[in-house]
Design a protein around this ligand. Structure first.
Ligand code: ADP
Ligand code: MG
Length: 365
C-alpha cells in the first residue's frame, strides 16, 4: 500500500524557509489536499514528495519506504502540473504513451493500457489529434491520461484545473475524484481554491507561510477552525470576525448592545458564519450597508456598532441599504478566538452555551 508520510520536512531557499517543519500523512488510497494562499509552500512540498527538489531536513516515506534520498524516477509517482506540458508535435495517443515508450513497455501492453485510459477519460475519438486541435478541458484530460497510464500508486497534482473556465473546472473536479477512487490512487492535490479542496479532499492540510495551520477533514475544518486564519480561509463568504469588548455586565460586540456573553471576557474575537446569521425578531440592532443578490441566496452586509457582519439568506431579500434590522444567531454557532494569538478558545464557547442552557435559539439571553 502507498501511504505517504511527510515527517518534519523543511526546505530553505537561502535563509528563508519555504517549508517549515511540516508533518502529515496521506492514507493509502485517500485524497489529500494541500491548501493555502499563494506562496505558502504548497508546490514546494509537492516537489519535495516528488523528489524534484531536495529537503533541507526531515524525511519522506512512500509505502513505508524512506524515499528521501531516492531519484524522482525511483519513487513510483505520477505528476500533473498546471501547465499541461503536452508535446505539441505528438498526437494525443503519442503524448499519453510517451512515458511507457521511454520505459520500453511491450507494445501489446501499451495498446491495452491506452485503450483503457482513453475510454476512462473519453479520449477515444481524439487519439489522432494534436494538442493544438483540442480544447483546454481535452488537453487537461490528456495530461491526466499521461499520469494515470503509468499505473503508479501515487499521483501528485499541482493546481491542475486553474487554466479551465468555472464550469469545466467543476466537471473535472468530479472526474479526478472519481478516477482517484476507482483506481485506488493515493492523491496529493495542490490548490489555493478552498471550494475545490472542500469538495474533493478526504483530508485537507491548510498551509500558511510554510507551516501547517490545520490538518483535518473538510467538515471538521469548516465546523471547528482552530485559528482565525482557518476560519476566514474556509467558506464563502468568509466567517465574520468581530472584536468583542469586556465591560460590566458581560461581553459585547464593540460599540453595540446587547451583550453576546454574560461573562466579561477580555481579549476575545467572535466568529459567526454568514449562513448562521438570521434576520428579524430579537437580536442585535444593525443597519444594512450593502446587498448582493447571488441567485440562490443574498449577501446582506450590515453595520453593527463599529463593525460589519455579513448575513447570507436564501433567495432574494426585500431589503435596502440604510434599513434597520436585527441580527441573531444560535449560541452553538459562535466561534471564539483569542485576539492576540488568533487561536480557538473552546472554553468560552462552553460558557456561552451554558449561559443559554443550550436550548435558547439565539445567542442574546
Ligand atoms: P505555493 O505553491 O504555495 O504558491 P511555493 O511552494 O511555490 O508556494 O513557494 C513558497 C515560497 O518559496 C515562496 O516564497 C517562493 O517565492 C519561494 N520559492 C519557491 N521556489 C523557489 C526557488 N526555486 N528559489 C527561491 N525561492 C523559491
Ligand atoms: Mg504553487
Amino acid at each position: 500500500m502507498s501511504q505517504i508520510t511527510v515527517r518534519n520536512v523543511s526546505k530553505l531557499w537561502g535563509a528563508t524557509a519555504a517549508v517549515d517543519n511540516v508533518s502529515f500523512d496521506a492514507d493509502a488510497g485517500s485524497f489529500l489536499v494541500l491548501l493555502g494562499p499563494s506562496g505558502c509552500g504548497k508546490s514546494t512540498t509537492l516537489r519535495l514528495i516528488a523528489g524534484l527538489d531536495q529537503v533541507s531536513s526531515g524525511r519522506i516515506l512512500i509505502g513505508g519506504e524512506d524515499v528521501t534520498d531516492l531519484a524522482p524516477a525511483k519513487r513510483r509517482i505520477a505528476m500533473v502540473f498546471q501547465s499541461y506540458a503536452l508535446f505539441p508535435h505528438l498526437t494525443v495517443a503519442e503524448n499519453i504513451l510517451f512515458g511507457l515508450r521511454v520505459r520500453k513497455t511491450p507494445t501489446a501492453e501499451r495498446a491495452r493500457r491506452l485503450d483503457h485510459v482513453a475510454s476512462l477519460l473519453g479520449l477515444r475519438a481524439l487519439l489522432a489529434r494534436k494538442p493544438s486541435q483540442l480544447s483546454g478541458g481535452q488537453q487537461q484530460r490528456v495530461a491526466l491520461g499521461r499520469a494515470i497510464i503509468a499505473e503508479t500508486p501515487v499521483c501528485l497534482m499541482d493546481e491542475p484545473l486553474s487554466n479551465l473556465d468555472a464550469q469545466l473546472r467543476a466537471e473535472m473536479r468530479r472526474e479526478i475524484r472519481m478516477l482517484q477512487q476507482k483506481l485506488g490512487i493515493t492523491m496529493v492535490y495542490v490548490t489555493h481554491d478552498q471550494s475545490e479542496a472542500m469538495s474533493m479532499g478526504d483530508k485537507i492540510i491548510l498551509m500558511r507561510e510554510g507551516k501547517v495551520e490545520q490538518a483535518a477533514a473538510p467538515d471538521i475544518l469548516y465546523a471547528r477552525p482552530e485559528t482565525v486564519f482557518a476560519a476566514r480561509f474556509i467558506g464563502t463568504p468568509p466567517m465574520n470576525i468581530l472584536t468583542l469588548e469586556a465591560a460590566a455586565g458581560g461581553t459585547f460586540i464593540t460599540g453595540s448592545e446587547p451583550r453576546v456573553l454574560r461573562n466579561s471576557v477580555a481579549s476575545l474575537l467572535l466568529g459567526v458564519r454568514p449562513e448562521d446569521v438570521t434576520i428579524g425578531g430579537d437580536g442585535i440592532p444593525a443597519r444594512v450597508t450593502n446587498i448582493e443578490f447571488m441567485g440562490a441566496d443574498t449577501m446582506i452586509a450590515c453595520a453593527v456598532g463599529s463593525q460589519s457582519i455579513t448575513a447570507s439568506v436564501p433567495g432574494k431579500a426585500a431589503l435596502k441599504p440604510g434599513e434597520a434590522l436585527h441580527l441573531a444567531w444560535r449560541s452553538d454557532n459562535m466561534h471564539f478566538f483569542d485576539a492576540a494569538s488568533g487561536r480557538r478558545r473552546d472554553d468560552v464557547a462552553a460558557d456561552a452555551m451554558r449561559d443559554t442552557n443550550n436550548t435558547v435559539q439565539n445567542a442574546f439571553a
